[in-house]
Ligand binder design. Structure first.
Ligand SMILES: [Zn+2]
Length: 250
């Protein structure tokens, strides 16, 4: 919605005014509303011990960011068309299993993203809703297995994307590293990949990506198994940038 502010300009069609006192205004910039994030951590399968750390990390990001407001919920009923109408970003963080959305909710989620809403998935967001192909398209892939739970190196494949700013060419951490049923490369824009040599493997293992869905943006990051990941400043940089990016603010 475009809000027209009266900044003392001449009304349309009026001749030039010679009332300088009326043109003096304060220079407060127009306020940009914050990005409203609905963060869902509901589970219908495995439940990660890192969920409290995830919620704390995202709350912390919001607390120090004047442009981000987060509501975390475990209540599926909060994911409704009415709620999404006042939401810029829908985040599935550590969700699992066949979450019991009804058809109306599923339609609302698809319409939200197609209509320009932002979607973010973290870690087991790809271990979620296997029976709903539209969701798989939004998140980008489905979890296959986690062959490696160990320290490893993550290569930053696209160092120019806002969500990888400050990460450098690669970083190392201890994580549960996922593989996916179908390698999403080609359907998505890959940001991070596992350095296969760092786990003694060969192959192509994307770990984070973006894509456009209709008029909306989607971001997924497979990291987040351990609380330490959520507490890691490098991960929090990615979370904050992802929120702004999928909201179209970056
Ligand atoms: Zn995990």
């Amino acid at each position: 919605m475009l809000v027209l502010l009266n900044l003392g300009c001449s009304p349309p069609g009026s001749p030039s005014q010679t009332t300088p006192s009326s043109t003096t205004t304060t220079t407060t910039p127009p306020s940009i509303p914050p990005v409203r994030v609905l963060m869902l951590t509901a589970t219908a399968g495995f439940r990660h011990d890192s969920i409290p750390a995830a919620r704390a990390a995202v709350a912390s990001i919001a607390a120090r960011s004047s442009d981000i407001v987060v509501t975390a919920t475990e209540n599926l009923a909060d994911v409704s068309a009415a709620r999404l109408a006042s939401t810029e970003v829908l985040m599935f963080a550590l969700t699992t299993g066949e979450l019991a959305f009804d058809e109306t909710q599923k339609r609302a989620i698809v319409d939200f993203v197609n209509g320009g809403g932002g979607f973010i998935g973290f870690h087991s967001a790809t271990d979620t809703l296997y029976d709903w192909p539209d969701y798989g398209r939004i998140v980008g892939a489905y979890f296959k297995e986690h062959p490696w739970v160990q320290p490893a190196t993550v290569a930053v494949e696209d160092r120019g994307h806002p969500t990888t700013s400050g990460l450098g060419a690669a970083f190392s951490l201890t994580e549960e590293f996922y593989t996916f049923r179908i390698n999403p490369r080609g359907a998505v824009h890959v940001l991070l990949t596992l350095d296969p040599a760092s786990v003694g493997a060969q192959g192509d293992f994307p770990l984070a990506w973006t894509q456009s869905i209709g008029r909306g943006r989607s971001y997924y990051n497979a990291l987040g198994h351990f609380p330490d990941t959520w507490n890691d400043a490098r991960f929090q940089l990615q979370i904050a940038a992802a929120i702004r990016w999928v909201a179209g603010r970056l």
